[in-house]
Ligand binder design. Structure first.
Ligand SMILES: [Zn+2]
Length: 399
């Protein structure tokens, strides 16, 4: 048992700051109250205790080629099977891929991320490599796999079904590179199977304007419309969403993930952040390919906050962005969604798992203290998966 004492806590799904103590036993928050103290005491005077982050979209496999290909087009960088990342993945040993994935998971933990949704390439083997790499690290990957048989205009549907069934025995769901590489028929087959098995279906949509235009020319519909119609749980990017796409998203239960920092790196545009927020859509945020960006979600939060204010020339409350990486999964509209099922514990509330981070309070506004001021050296403790990582004493304890 331990007590986090004297801290400013960003509590519950509203993240309202309050000065209280948190008692943790067996990895769970058993009490939040002023004055109460049990077991080992961690004095957190002048610190903020906040939910740890969900990085909602990562490709951890391309940790092996950080910053390579800068200046190439989106397709030249990441489109399967010939993008430079896929060539690099083919030509790197499993051991090197695992080593680099481990380093990236520690980078995430050092910057406050306790769980991430990964688009894992390489079929079942790719999923197993990430499971192996994460086994002894107190971070939770939610692994969305894919299989080469899914691609193409006229795939062998029996083979797709067989490989999908096998893949979903190991993966938490399927993460697809986009409608440019798969047919609508395969997309629907995948979402249906995922729903049946309680798994997550996710796809990149409208990352580039070109992808949107190609989709409209080919089918008469935008990628986002097709993603919603095919019942995907999650659409990643929506950077080049049309006005009608935003209202389709807001009417649906489909979750969206914004990755503006990665979009900027690839010069594909700025997501329609203002329209998304004004339609009461509850987005998540991700840092996307590790080849493009460090997986430090605080950098994404600072980027989206300042980009929004600069681009729209108006005020945005930092709390709105902080929520994208913390409590938004808890506010998910479709409570039967498989996505909700695997993410809903990252709030500080009695009875829930301790998934939290403790950082120095660097300014009076706790959201800006983290988004605008916090560097990795200001993150002092992380608690997740029944572990306490104490960065001050460089120790990991069971809790
Ligand atoms: Zn991506």
């Amino acid at each position: 048992m331990l007590t986090i004492a004297n801290a400013l806590i960003l509590k519950g799904s509203n993240l309202n700051p309050s000065k209280e103590n948190i008692v943790i036993d067996n990895g769970k928050i058993i009490e939040i109250a002023p004055e109460i103290k049990e077991g080992k005491i961690i004095d957190c005077t002048n610190c903020i205790v906040s939910p740890s982050f969900l990085n909602a979209h990562v490709h951890i496999g391309d940790s092996i080629i950080k910053d390579e290909g800068d200046g190439l087009s989106l397709d030249e960088m990441v489109k399967p099977p010939n993008g430079i990342k896929h060539k690099a993945l083919e030509n790197t040993s499993d051991e090197e891929i695992i080593n680099d994935m481990e380093k990236s998971m520690w980078d995430m933990l050092h910057s406050g991320t306790s769980h991430f949704i990964d688009y894992r390439e390489g079929g079942i083997k790719g999923v197993k490599l990430l499971k192996e790499a994460s086994f002894n690290i107190p971070i939770k990957p939610i692994i969305l796999g894919r299989d080469n048989s899914f691609y193409g205009e006229d795939p062998d549907l029996n083979l797709v079904k067989r490989n999908l069934r096998k893949l979903l025995k190991f993966a938490d769901g399927v993460g697809l590179s986009g409608f440019g590489e798969i047919s609508t028929e395969v997309a629907e087959l995948i979402t249906k199977k995922c729903k049946k098995l309680g798994k997550i279906s996710s796809i990149h949509t409208a990352e580039s304007n070109e992808a949107q235009v190609n989709s409209i020319n080919k089918t008469g519909y935008t990628e986002i419309k097709r993603g919603i119609d095919a019942s995907f749980d999650q659409l990643v990017h929506c950077t080049n969403a049309r006005v009608e796409d935003i209202s389709e998203i807001s009417k649906s239960n489909t979750n969206i993930v914004l990755c503006p920092r990665a979009n900027a790196t690839l010069n594909v545009g700025i997501p329609p952040i203002d329209k998304i927020l004004s339609q009461n859509i509850i987005p998540f945020i991700g840092s996307d390919n590790i080849m493009l960006n460090s997986p430090n979600i605080i950098r994404d939060l600072e980027f989206i906050l300042k980009l929004s204010r600069a681009y729209y020339k108006k005020y945005f409350n930092p709390k709105v962005f902080f929520e994208m990486a913390t409590v938004n999964p808890y506010k998910f509209k479709d409570l039967n969604s498989n996505l909700y099922g695997c993410l809903n514990k990252s709030i500080i509330k009695k009875g829930l798992d301790a998934q939290l981070m403790i950082s120095n309070q660097l300014s009076k506004n706790p959201y800006l203290s983290i988004i605008n001021r916090c560097d990795t050296q200001n993150i002092l403790h992380i608690m997740n998966k029944n572990k306490h990582i104490d960065y001050i004493n460089k120790q990991i304890y069971n809790i």
